[in-house]
Design a binder for this molecule. Sequence first.
Ligand code: GDP
Ligand code: MG
Length: 319
Amino acid sequence: MLFFKKKKEDEKAEDVKPKLSMFEKLASGLHKTKANILNKLSSVFTSEKIDEDTLGKLEEALYTSDIGVKTTDKILEEVRKKIKSGEEIANIKDLIKDVMVSLIKTDERREIKIAEKPHVILVVGVNGNGKTTSIGKLAYYYKNKGYKVLIGAADTFRAAAIEQLEVWADRSGADFVKNKMNSDPAAVAYDSYKAGEARGADIVLIDTAGRLHNKVNLMNELEKISRVLKKLNPNAPHEVLLVLDATTGQNALSQAKQFGRTSGVTGIVLTKLDGTAKGGVTIAINQELDIPVKFIGIGEQKEDIQEFDPESFVRSIFE
Ligand code: GDP
Ligand code: MG
């Protein structure tokens, strides 16, 4: 009796918990990155004047903030331009923020348009980066937008991977298609498409394996999945999302360069931003690759994914 009473009270407490806005959630997810970048820049912010010495400090702080060489050079160039023109720099923090925002302009390819049914999203990336979790969160995200979602378990390498995905399908209210462990991933992709079509799914999300040790086989496998899907619908997969782990910093950037070349990646999901001070790498990936960051992961719960909005991202660090 007591137990039930307690449970009810808990539920009530949950109901009245203030909901964070998207921006507040983003800012809270990025707090380690914010602390890191602002800490590195603190001696620049407190400088009395912007001289060569301050510019040196600025350069060093930016180079070690994971935002990448291109972005760093651009910021320095803009600051120098202002100094040269004799214009007074009232607030160096705002200047850096404004330059960053103007650099990472919105890319119209960022938006995922659901044009035909089923819209197939193939999710690829190295093991441990957060593919399965991101699929679960994306399923929930799209369900909330009113779409019917189906998840296909084409990472057939481990039984536990299939089970983990099934838990996420339950949690997000998505349909689920699986086959036996070690079955052909392309066959699962095929079945998932067919099931999605038959059941009227708007979106089919397909999980894949990401073993590192045999990269050639992995790429062949991903290409085979795409080929099989193309036979069913020449537009499928409509989207190939590469999942990258932000906690690996510059390594995420190099993985993006490798994968991006071979498997027709159309967008990036950058995960675990909540657990790292290296979130500046989001800016580097966005600037140095021709593949837009489409989603960011900021936690392990089903609601912890957001569409990447560059301006909010920069503002959450500098404001
Ligand atoms: P996969 O091997 O690529 O499928 O990776 P998983 O989805 O299994 O994720 C690996 C680990 O990263 C799990 O423990 C997840 O809970 C964790 N993870 C994934 N995304 C996030 C995120 O955005 N934030 C945090 N803190 N952890 C995450
Ligand atoms: Mg997985």
